[in-house]
Write a protein that binds this ligand. Structure first.
Ligand code: FES
Length: 333
């Protein structure tokens, strides 16, 4: 038996198989119509997006199986945008697969390296120019230039600090303080604990001290969801239980993932859902994350009642509200 390894043959290219649309004009016509239909569906998606943005009020809700109470405008925007992008992509794929030229082309590789003479010329030109600039001789210039170039990149880094306050310290401050009354949003009325029924969920804002204006910025940070469960539904440690009042519990409304408004409450399961990336928080366990990308629970606001029976905050939030992208300690909450 010979030790020589047998050379294997170049298998070459398999025989080219023509597509239906290449050989049958009727198939080509059909493919063309399919692509056109997909592009028309994409256009319809865009029309739906724009029309629902203009004509559907953002406060219109519909009840859907699985999703429950759903903002109609958001739903239509989602469907429209999905259709617009999906069908344009499908149309392009269909076009490329069925109609675009289907020839196999062999491109011979060529030498990437420059000619030796060009390479030598480049090196000598570089040396010549470097000598002419005198950088080799002028060591003072060389060093100070190195220093200047090294430092110039620092300015943008320092200026980044100006893009806003550090999120941790910014989100740590809300208008909630011990004794702050909870006001119903949007009518601004104080809330009697006895007015809230089991199963109810409502958005509240803090009563601001005289002279402090309610702005979009502080409303965003201060928004709180107030829910009432049966007290026996809770599964809380004694401290967190003492932050509730007769089954009423309050959480920051800002999702701890990326700051969307946590807007959906499933009464049967006691789950709060964030519509952006489906983080799900269990109300009975102090808004513990049970699904989704959020890294920590929704901050709980300790509440009680004043002498008139109105709900008030017992203390400010004990942890920053909102997204925790700057924070490594995911157990903080
Ligand atoms: S912002 Fe709520 S899950 Fe992403």
């Amino acid at each position: 038996m010979s030790n020589q390894i047998e050379r294997f043959q170049d298998p070459g290219l398999p025989e080219h198989v023509h597509r239906n649309a290449d050989v049958d004009p009727r198939a080509a016509k059909r493919a063309e119509q399919q692509v056109a239909i997909l592009f028309l569906l994409s256009a319809a998606g865009t029309v739906l997006t724009i029309a629902s943005y203009i004509y559907v009020k953002s406060s219109t809700f519909v009840y859907l199986p699985v999703l429950g109470r759903t903002d109609l405008q958001q739903l239509l925007l989602g469907i429209g945008l999905t259709a617009a992008t999906l069908f344009i992509g499908l149309g392009a794929i269909q076009w490329a697969k069925k109609l675009m030229p289907d020839e196999e082309v062999i491109a011979e590789r060529h030498e990437f390296r420059s000619e030796e003479v060009d390479r030598e010329e480049l090196v000598s030109t570089f040396k010549e120019r470097a000598d002419a600039s005198g950088i080799g001789r002028r060591s003072l210039i060389k060093r100070t230039l190195g220093l200047a170039l090294g430092l110039v990149g620092l300015s943008p880094l320092v200026l980044l600090r100006d893009t806003g306050p550090m999120p941790g310290e910014y989100l740590n401050k809300t208008d909630w303080a011990a004794g702050t009354r909870l006001l119903r949003d949007p009518d601004g009325q104080p809330i009697l604990a006895s007015d809230i029924e089991v199963g109810a969920v409502t958005q509240v804002l803090p009563e601001l001290p005289a002279g402090v204006e309610r702005t979009l910025e502080n409303t965003g940070k201060d928004a709180v969801l107030l829910l009432r469960l049966r007290p026996e539904d809770f599964n809380l440690d004694p401290e967190r239980l003492s932050w509730t009042h007769e089954g009423i519990i309050a959480f920051s409304k800002i999702c701890t993932h990326m700051g969307c408004a946590v807007a959906l409450y499933e009464q049967q399961t006691h789950h709060l859902l964030c519509p952006c990336h489906q983080s799900t928080f269990d109300v009975t366990r102090a808004a513990k994350v049970i699904f989704g990308p959020a890294a920590r629970p929704l901050p709980q606001l300790a509440i009680t009642v004043d002498a008139d029976g109105h709900l008030i905050a017992k203390q400010p939030f004990t942890v920053p509200v909102g997204p925790s992208f700057w924070e490594r300690n995911s157990s903080n909450g």
